[in-house]
Design a binder for this molecule. Structure first.
Ligand code: AMP
Length: 193
């Protein structure tokens, strides 16, 4: 099963992607985590990405596409994966299609976690206080939301058109949302969603 999570920053994608990957016994692949690791290790990529991330902007498509191409080619991703934070642009989505095409192993489902904007802002403010993520400051949060609307939201239509999209209400307790996700995936498997 190859699952993609979509949703604004603060929608709970990371949490739900980790939990779903555990249930499916496949790796959760978070490009944000991979980038934060590169930043903390001070690799050449990390040095370049740090300022882009701190500004709430997107790291260039070619860099991200290369990163995901290498990651999903690893043996642990052979039976599937859950993607969190990729694709974030139509160009990335087209590249992912290209990578998976040809061996009958396209994306299985795309879960769109919807959370109203005020709730997203509350969650991000909470995360900033708790985790001290350097990109959770107010100005950066607003920029990340602007970039989400401009660059990532069009992927909802992109995947809906391909019949892959399942909308999931992202408001509620973590286990409740996990259940909705399982139901959406079962529905898709039966062809009713
Ligand atoms: P996330 O943890 O997914 O919110 O990602 C944190 C930051 O990493 C984003 O605000 C971007 O600066 C960068 N990033 C993560 N994934 C991508 C991607 N697929 N394309 C471009 N930039 C990304």
């Amino acid at each position: 099963m190859r699952v993609v999570f979509l949703g604004p920053p603060g929608s709970g994608k990371g949490t739900q992607a980790t939990l779903l990957a555990r249930r499916l016994n496949v790796p959760a692949i978070s490009t944000g985590d991979m980038l934060r690791l590169a930043v903390s290790q001070g690799t050449p990529l990390g040095v370049k990405a740090a300022s882009v991330m701190a500004a709430g902007r997107l790291v260039p498509d070619d860099v991200m596409i290369g990163m995901i191409r290498d990651r999903i080619a690893m043996p642990d991703a052979r039976e599937g994966f859950v993607l969190d934070g990729f694709p974030r642009t139509v160009e990335q989505a087209l590249a992912l299609e290209g990578m998976l095409e040809g061996n009958g192993r396209g994306v299985s489902a795309v879960l769109n976690l919807s959370v109203p904007e005020p709730a997203v802002l509350d969650r991000l403010a909470g995360r900033s206080a708790e985790e001290g993520r350097s990109d959770d400051g107010r100005a950066t949060v607003l920029e990340r939301l602007r970039v989400y609307h401009e660059q990532t939201e069009p992927l909802i239509g992109f995947y809906r058109q391909r019949g892959l999209l399942a909308d999931v209400d992202g408001v509620g307790e973590v286990p409740e949302i996990s259940e909705r996700i399982d139901r959406a995936l079962e529905g898709r498997a039966r062809g009713v969603a």
